[in-house]
Design a protein around this ligand. Sequence first.
Ligand SMILES: *Cc1c(COP(=O)(O)O)cnc(C)c1O
Length: 391
Amino acid sequence: MTARLAILGGTPAFADRLPFVRPAVPPRDDVFARLAPSYDAGMLTNGALVRELEERAAARLGVAHVVAVSSCTTGLMLVLRVLDHLGELDPAAPVLLPSFTFSASAHAVSWNARACRFAECDPGSFQLDVDDAKRRTDGIGAVLATHVFGAPCGAEAVEDLGAAAGVPVVFDAAHAFGARRGERAVGTFGVAEVFSLTPTKPLAAGEGGLVATQRDDVAAALRIGRDYANPGNYDTRFVGLNGRMSEIHAAVALCSLDRFDEHLERRRAIAARYRDALADVPGVAAQEIDPDDRSTFKDLTITVEPGTFGVDRDTFVRALAAEGIDTRLYFDPPAHRQQSHAVDATDLPVTDEVASRVVSLPIYPSLRDEHVDTISAVVAEVHRQSSAIRA
Ligand SMILES: *Cc1c(COP(=O)(O)O)cnc(C)c1O
């Protein structure tokens, strides 16, 4: 590609625009067939299909329990509430978490009327910087770490951090159903790990969440917690909520699972293709992932270092938009800069720097190799024509 870039008056690479995300939805007939027995029996929520999804997910992850909920946010809210109920989370103690995560991680803490204690991220992997976090553990009640963009965080080090502070560790695994940390499946770490099934995540149900835990007491409390914490006699045990999953969502999730491994493979192939193509572009870096780990590549996020690349991140995004390439700024602004959480006014210079440089590129199973090649060529061309763009 040597043509003039669209931002300089050339013809866009994607005249029809290339969407950022296109969920891999299962065939409609499969979903309806799967749903029929529950539907015809008038069982619309929390029935046989939800049970089947929980069992299949637990077997796949190799955990004792999976509890299906209405969303990952609900799951995170409930896990913190359940730890409080079980007496393992000091009332009112803050929760330590990275600022470089999706807003919902921090929202789950705030909905439990707790303060967020934000920590830095690593500038290469974007994961919680455990050394920085170690300096912020004073008085905390729990640690909540995210597996960022589907790549496992340093889960053992995060568990050690929690153990040293004497507090439970929970993982926001919204992006990471299907990820592996070495030989271990994400889902097996901490007290609980919570996955999301919204359409932007690798395994989609429409809406939904899955909480994985090895602990019988946590699973039992979550099962009543998603039902207002009503154990069956309407004498609620704690302040739960309606966090149930419907049979309709479970049917979609079960059908999505049937072809999930194929879709994960495709995501990994796309990611490898992007990484090869972008490796030689100065000033662009892909997320660092431990070579023994398997990411789901929920997102393909790169950083743009303006000095070397030639233009800053925002100009880069404008150049891609002119070519018809849709991108996202995950996660900018980071949680501690958002109006909802900025009250804590934490000083996090590394996170601010990372947030100012990130761009997430399109990645989904139906994205074709030619698309990846064209996007990569555009990225290289923006670098090559950067002085003209700056002018
Ligand atoms: C999407 C997302 C959530 C929220 O998931 P929902 O199922 O939409 O509630 C939480 N954390 C992270 C990191 C996410 O990306």
